[in-house]
Design a protein around this ligand. Sequence first.
Ligand code: GLU
Length: 547
Amino acid sequence: MDNKKLAGLLFPNIDKTPEYYEEKYPERGLEKGAMVTRLAPSPTGFIHLGNLFGAVVDERLASQSGGVFILRIEDTDAKREVEGAVELTISTMKHFGIEFTEGATSEGETGEYGPYRQRQRKDIYQAFAKYLVEQGKAYPCFCTEQDLEDIREQQKEAKIDFGYYGEWAKHRDMPLEEIEKNLAEGKEYVLRFRSEGKKDNYVKVLDGIRGEIEVPENIQDVVILKSDGIPTYHFAHAIDDHLMRVTHVVRAEEWLSTLPIHVQLFDALGFDKPLYCHTAQLMKVDNGNKRKLSKRKDPELGLDYYRQEGYTVDAVWEYLLTILNSNYEAWRDKNPDADRREFKFTTDKMTKSGTLFDIMKLNNISKDVIAKMTAEQVYEGLSGWAKEYDEGFHDVISRAEDKTIKILNMGRNAKKPRKDIVTWSQCKEFIKYFYNEYFEVLDEYPGIPQDKIKKILTEYIDTYNHADEKNDWFEKVKVITESAGYTTNTKEYKEDPEKFGGSIIEVTTIIRIALTGKANAPDIWEIQQILGKEDTMKRMQDALNKL
Ligand code: GLU
């Protein structure tokens, strides 16, 4: 077989050679140990936690070692592509504090190793495909869907492995004349890699997370170029990672099964292999069983979820680092205020199997992160979130910025600061009663006679003086309690509730509900100071009028 002739027939317009590209994209000349990583999302419109999980690893490895972190868009599958997905990927990553040093950007791209969108690299892939054909390592396959289906049927009957391999690889040794004839007839074909792999052979591969692993050698003649000349993932990523001089390929565990193909392709192309780092699957505990996070069942898989709920980027990073490196939590305990970038991230501290994603743990971390913020920082975070997801609320708090900061400052400077805010959306729920636009009475008054409630509220309004210090205010509440025939001694009340019918707890609960709409809210006196005299009185009066 004249392979050169075949290559010329298949790729008449490809005049560049692999040498040309090797020269065009030379070794990077970085310092020893500098790592080149890449995030290679497909623009399907769904950006998930797995993407961010991998991106954190990529970013840490590259940035820590003075290397390069590339964004490459793997858009070879036009059918799965969703409009605007690239922009969404870029803006989402940016939101989560992932910064690329090179690659696709919303305006185009930056860097010397592009193009960074696979569809624009067609000629490059074809040059390497042509080279493989010249070497007798790739060939055209004209099998139709039906031919492949027939092969499968026969293999099923014979109870042997499925696929296009060995004697089943029908077009592997097609004579040149027949190929020429097919091409002349305009028959569609794909380009397949000629595998020299042997069944039951194993190859050793070093994985950055798993150490040395043994995988079965690939025996399949996999497709490397589809009928439209666009490469498959297997081929494209090999060319790209090589020419972009990527040193560490961090990707999901699901790629382990096709690793044997990748290893073979790198060898056939004469490329040095990058260090593959296959991250463990993200799992959750559901009804006591561990299972993979699923797009259909678990909203928390999508990164949108965290933005909409309003998780801080710091909390998400903090949590991801916790599950990514087993020694991160201990480091954080020792260095509570250190910048997380000071932590030395390594792939050897990553789990090999099933990373447990526990949203409760993220929530706890989130509470700590927000508890450490100043009221002004909390305001910034809340306002940034509201601007994007709750315009009405954004207007309300922007009009009352000083008041909002005071609200957010409640309990913040105490010895044990409040640790109740997990997300910005929840923060809104906590504080919205402060604003008349949202105020509504949600809880019911304690079960005491209506006329008592009236009496309590009336006396409260009559004796209220906004200038009262907290103690004076409380003394008045005590007087009202006693005047209602209730006790100020809660212990005494608990011992014999019948005797008193109610205590100061009932009284403060009535005031609290009238003021905030809820039985559980922070300190009444403080709330009143923030609300101001007018709103305080109006709420009390409204509560009384409704009775
Ligand atoms: N485009 C692939 C994906 O989105 C990337 C896999 C890789 O990182 O190599 O799953």
